[in-house]
Write a protein that binds this ligand. Structure first.
Ligand code: LLP
Length: 419
């Protein structure tokens, strides 16, 4: 469910026709709907209302835009961050420090120090080595850092290999059979307050069964750790719920997810933590693009658009599907390949796809681009960094400027030895 709909034959974001934004800001441009974002945040939060004691930390990586974070902060969300940069964004958006969880396999000493200084709520430790380093830093500052241990449950999430994180061969967490011993050692290390376990088995999950299997596994581990005399008060169940990108795809609803969690964790007696990303932001954005030209092909015509893999990397990286739709559809379709202007063949959004008929100068959108869209953009081929707009009813504003190649060039230097 989103608020990108045709009104008098023109695709609008809420009440704002997309051609109006394209004319003012140019293309490509990401457009977010505040109403859609709020709705998704509330549906997920309300679904988890069946659980007793819940904290939701939005996975900032999925959409770190400051305006997006502000909306979520107002909905009571905390943040799951994976870098000092994301932590500063969450703080800048007004998220309470103790609602911030610091995840990630390579936190640096400087990031840990800054996190402790800022008073963030929990560090999700990916190794014993990291835990000992965090303890030392905290102790040297006269502080105690709250932490959870990330466990690798060795469960196949059944998603794309590049976004699967819970198999033994993935780099994340500590091996399941060593976790209890590591927890025990970290729990008695000064400078650390070990308060729980965490896991995240992958992203864009289409089934609940792998999550349920993983939660059951860590539930058993929690009992084992408690039986050894250690306290476990927080269990962070990560993110991962997928969203449909294609018509007809069926994904678990937040209520089904919550019911499964309730069933598995009913008697755990802990604060449950969640780190949703895509399920909150996926539907809240589209990438608006203009057709540069349609080039004849051997098989199908090539629709060359002004968005490229640097603006929306998911198709190139994961063969991901994003629906493509004309902003002013003419009621005709054709079968075409959709590509960007970048000079490599991976800059392909779709092959042999039946789409709205479009031609030179027409506007179109890639849908479901609110998660892992702008956040993964870069400036490959010396293209500008794509801007972002947020719509709210009939109001709209640029929430991230387009960064021109000239600005990037200005940050480069020719060293003296080349002069
Ligand atoms: N927590 C942790 C520790 C994570 O690593 C992730 C995502 C999340 C939460 C949020 O997962 P979500 O609810 O959004 O599935 N760039 C890829 C997705 C990478 C996800 C990485 N980790 C894509 O475009 O599909």
């Amino acid at each position: 469910m989103d608020h990108f709909e045709l009104n008098n034959g023109v695709l609008c974001a809420e009440n704002v026709p997309l051609p109006m934004i394209a004319a003012a800001v140019g293309t490509p441009v990401y457009v977010y709907s505040r109403a859609t974002l709020t709705r998704h945040a509330r549906v997920f939060r309300d679904a988890l209302g069946v659980l007793r004691d819940v904290k939701i930390a939005f996975a900032v990586k999925s959409n770190p835009n400051l305006a997006v974070l502000k909306v979520l902060a107002a909905e009571g969300y905390g943040a799951d961050v994976v870098s000092g940069g994301e932590m500063e964004r969450a703080l800048a958006a007004g998220m309470a420090p103790d609602g911030i969880v610091f995840s990630g396999v390579g936190k640096t000493a400087a990031e840990m120090r800054r996190g402790i200084e800022a008073g963030i709520g929990q560090f999700n430790l990916e190794s014993e080595e990291e835990g000992l380093e965090l303890a030392e830093i905290a102790a040297s500052m006269g502080k105690v850092a709250s932490a959870a241990l990330r466990v690798n449950p060795d469960v196949d999430a059944g998603t794309h290999g590049k976004i699967s994180t819970g198999k033994a061969e993935n780099k994340f967490g500590v091996p399941f059979d060593r976790a209890a011993a590591i927890y025990g050692r970290l729990a008695t290390t000064p400078g650390l307050n070990m308060r729980g376990l965490t896991l995240h088995i992958g992203s864009q999950l289409s089934r609940l069964e792998p999550l349920e299997a993983a939660f059951n596994k860590v539930g058993g581990l929690m009992e084992e750790i408690r039986a050894a005399g250690h306290s476990v008060t927080h269990m962070d169940l990560g993110g991962g719920i997928g969203v449909p990108y294609k018509a007809g795809e069926v994904f678990p609803q937040p209520a089904e997810y919550a019911a499964m969690v309730a069933r598995v964790t009913g008697n755990w007696g802990v604060t449950l933590m969640f780190e949703p990303g895509r399920v909150i932001t996926g539907n809240t954005g589209v990438l608006v693009t203009e057709v540069i030209r349609v080039k004849e092909g051997v098989g199908h015509p090539w629709v060359v658009v002004d968005a490229a893999m640097n603006d929306l990397a998911r198709p190139a990286l994961y063969d991901a599907w994003h629906d493509f739709a004309a902003v002013e559809p003419k009621g005709e379709t054709f079968t075409a390949n959709i590509v960007g202007p970048i000079c490599e063949s991976s800059d392909t959004f779709a092959m042999a796809r039946t789409i709205d008929k479009v031609g030179r100068g027409d506007l179109a959108v890639f849908r479901t681009a609110g998660a892992y869209g702008a956040t993964m953009a870069n400036t490959y081929n010396s293209r500008p960094l794509v801007p972002e707009v947020m719509v709210d009813g009939d109001k709209w504003a640029v929430v991230a400027d387009r960064i021109d190649p000239a600005t990037i060039l200005a940050a480069e230097r020719v060293p003296d030895f080349l002069k």
